[in-house]
Every structure is written in C-alpha cells, then in structure tokens.
Design a protein around this ligand. Structure first.
Ligand SMILES: NC(=O)c1ccc[n+]([C@@H]2O[C@H](COP(=O)([O-])OP(=O)(O)OC[C@H]3O[C@@H](n4cnc5c(N)ncnc54)[C@H](O)[C@@H]3O)[C@@H](O)[C@H]2O)c1
Length: 267
C-alpha cells in the first residue's frame, strides 16, 4: 500500500523493458502512490520486451516513441496529456544504450559513428524530451523531470566505456536545462546516480557481475536495489522536494563517498 504521495499527479515513464528494469519498478510505485501514468519505449522494445504486460497490469496507456525522434516525442507528449487529462507533473528518462559496448569495442578503439548514436540515445534524448515538453508547454508548475545516471560520469570505471561520457553529458543537460525550466515555470530537473543494478542495460557492461559484487562490498549500506531507487524517485516526483533542482543525487548506499572499505580488503 502506498501513501498517496503522487495522488492526482500525471507523468510519463520512459524505459520499462522487463521486470528487472528500474523504470518498471518506478512505474509500479507511481501507480501505488496514486499517480496516473503513460508508459513509453522504443517501438522495437515494444515488440521484444514485456512492457505490454506492465501496461495491462497498471491500466496505463502504452505509447511507442523512439526517444531520439522529436516527431515521436511530440506525439507521445501530446497523446499523454490527452489520455491523462491535463499537463504533466513528472517525467522519468530511464534510457541507456551504447553501440560500442554492444559490439564489444574497447575504449581505445571506438567507432565514432556508433558513439554518436550512443550519445543521441543515452543523453541527447534527454534534451529532446525537455525541449519538446517545453515547446508544448506540457509541464505543471513544480513539476519534476528526472533521468537515471551512473557515477562513471565523475570517476573512472574503465569497463563502462563511452557510457561514462554519455552520462556526463546527460548530467550536464540536467543542470543547464534545469535553469531554463526553473525560470519558465518552476519545474525541477535532477539526475539520480544509481548503484549497479541487475538489468538488461546493466548486464551489458563487461564483467558486470564481479563489479556488482565489488560495489556491494564497497558501499557501507550495500548496493541500492531497483525497488529502493523507485522509492527515492517517488520522493523526487512528490511535493516534498519542490526546491531540489539541477542536482546529481547519489542513490548508492554510500559508495560515492567511500575511499577504502575493509570489507573489500578482507576479501
Ligand atoms: N543497471 C544499472 O546498473 C544502472 C546503474 C545506474 C544507472 N542506470 C541507468 O538506468 C537507466 C535504465 O536502465 P536499466 O538498468 O533499467 O536497463 P533497461 O535495459 O531495463 O532499460 C534501458 C531502456 O532504454 C530503452 N531504450 C533504448 N533505446 C531507446 C530509444 N531509442 N528510445 C526509447 N527508449 C530506448 C530500452 O528499451 C530500455 O527499456 C539507464 O539510463 C541506465 O544507464 C543503470
């Protein structure tokens, strides 16, 4: 049972692919907290993923959109406002994909055309979502826009490859666009920097299982789960965080402030 933290609020959730997806857990929590949502994913993900089952379960409209296509985004946002009966209170961007990682290219031998696609899908799409929503005047005052990120934007994690730069760009868009949204109609924009999580995107990273275990030991509270991430995101969509904007917020069990943890040394 939820606490009605999002009662009466409307939002769009990008990126639920299967039950492991962080966006899947966030969509479930949004519904539990009383929000009305639309779900969206790339057309290809709708064919191969399980998001239809989530849409059925939550009674949420499912609207396909390639997040790199401004045309798709415009259609998505307009249709979402129609379905939900008004302007939006929150948007979750939970999208990540690296072509070079998929094709197992090392960081010192990257294909730059693929890199452009990685940046477009994983970061520039966030700017496109925000710009489209602003042009359509789609957000209510004190709305909340969130994207999920990883600490490789700040520190070196060699196997994270070009996604490190994609996340740095994503976080920078949150700060820069956060200013414009705040001035326009007090909408806040933040990124949540989440622990390694066992999902399709996460497990695409080389050596992910070993790294997941290392991170779990290094973090005094352990890795944060997708369910806990969902709870944190709910607070950021709620009215309890109305003055938080342009921030990169770590949700990582303390990992980001650790130097050395004896639990790792003792292994
Ligand atoms: N899993 C982790 O360890 C971890 C840690 C920190 C941050 N994150 C971030 O969380 C977010 C969600 O990833 P996840 O771990 O839940 O994995 P996931 O694979 O379940 O989600 C990634 C989603 O991106 C969608 N997507 C890809 N290309 C798209 C496009 N062109 N248009 C629209 N959607 C597209 C996929 O269909 C999928 O639903 C990503 O930004 C990821 O980088 C993940």
């Amino acid at each position: 049972m939820g606490n009605n933290l999002l009662k009466g609020k409307r939002g769009i959730i990008f990126g639920a692919l299967d039950e492991q997806s962080i966006a899947w857990k966030i969509a479930e929590q949004c519904a539990e907290e009383g929000a009305s949502i639309t779900l969206t994913n790339a057309p290809v993900a709708l064919r191969f993923g399980q998001v239809n089952a989530l849409a059925d379960k939550l009674g949420a409209p499912l609207i396909p959109a390639d997040a790199t296509s401004e045309e798709d985004l415009e259609k998505l946002i307009k249709e979402s406002m129609e379905h939900l009966g008004g302007k939006l209170d929150f948007i979750l961007h939970s999208i990540g994909m690296s072509v070079n990682v998929r094709k197992k290219r090392e960081y010192t031998n990257l294909n730059y055309e693929w890199m452009k696609t990685t940046f477009d899908v994983s970061a520039i799409s966030f700017h496109k979502v925000m710009q489209t929503a602003m042009k359509l005047d789609a957000m209510n005052e004190y709305g909340s826009i969130l994207a999920l990120t990883y600490i490789a934007a700040q520190r070196s994690f060699p196997d994270y490859n070009e996604m490190a730069e994609a996340k740095a760009l994503l976080e920078s868009f949150a700060r820069s666009f956060g200013y414009h949204w705040a001035v326009k109609n007090k909408v806040r924009v933040n990124t949540v920097s989440q622990s390694p999580t066992m999902t399709t995107a996460g497990q695409g990273v080389k050596g992910f299982k070993e790294f997941f275990d290392y991170s779990d030991k290094m973090s005094p509270l352990g890795n944060a789960s997708a369910e806990d991430c969902a709870k944190y995101c709910i607070t950021l969509f709620s009215d309890y965080t109305r003055m938080v904007t342009m921030q990169n917020l770590y949700h990582d069990g303390g990992f980001s402030n650790m130097g050395m943890n004896p639990a790792v040394l003792n292994q």
